[in-house]
Write a protein that binds this ligand. Structure first.
Ligand code: 5GP
Ligand code: MG
Length: 181
């Protein structure tokens, strides 16, 4: 069983209340775009909690989105040589749809760039991206999100669906791992 080393603690960065408030505002921004029969494509695994809360907030703003998942993993160096692979593809028909890609973190930009190209290549009518955390400091690919939850410091964050070696996804808040030994 995965357990945290005794000296490791998670210092809160964004509380569950802050996250909930921000997600409601994001849902309002998405609703204001007047999307036709929107399809949410959540990038696994890290965005599952964010996507679950976001679609409930979208319901609160009167939307009836469809949801699908794409499981992406990046390999190799996080430079231009890095490669993104599809571990599980979407199953919905994308042709002609207004798609909103949902991911946890926009870091180097490789994952989102790949996801946007993938959805465009399947014939989407429009492709937007909604990202919970934006680490602008580490960007290597010129890609932007249409909706952003929070600017994120250049630190490794966990919680709220995001892991460190399979741990911490269950935390209801987002924090930074600290070693106090
Ligand atoms: P990118 O392709 O933009 O470099 O990386 C984006 C992906 O890397 C995110 O979807 C996320 O899975 C992972 N990632 C980037 N920074 C962090 C972080 O601080 N914590 C965690 N848990 N994952 C991260
Ligand atoms: Mg991810």
């Amino acid at each position: 069983m995965a357990e945290s080393p005794a000296a490791e603690t998670v210092k809160p960065l964004f509380s569950s209340q802050e996250i909930a408030r921000r997600i409601d505002a994001l849902a309002g921004d998405i609703a204001a775009c007047d999307l036709h029969d929107p399809l949410i494509v959540a990038v696994l695994k890290g965005s599952f909690m964010f996507a679950a809360d976001l679609i409930r907030a979208l319901h609160g703003h009167g939307l009836t989105p469809e949801i699908d998942f794409v499981f992406l993993a990046s390999y190799g160096e996080s430079t231009t040589g890095g490669e993104v692979k599809i571990l599980r593809d979407v199953t919905s028909a994308i042709e002609g749809r207004d798609v909103v890609i949902v991911d946890d973190i926009l870091d180097t930009g490789q994952t989102l760039d790949f996801a946007k190209s993938l959805i465009k290549s399947r014939g989407a009518r429009s492709v937007r991206a909604c990202i919970l955390l934006d680490k602008t400091a580490r960007r290597q690919v010129d890609v932007t999100a249409d909706f952003t939850g929070f600017a994120c410091p250049d630190k490794f964050v966990v919680g709220y669906g995001m892991d460190l070696g399979h741990r911490y996804r269950e935390l209801p808040f987002i924090g930074v791992v600290e070693n106090s030994a």
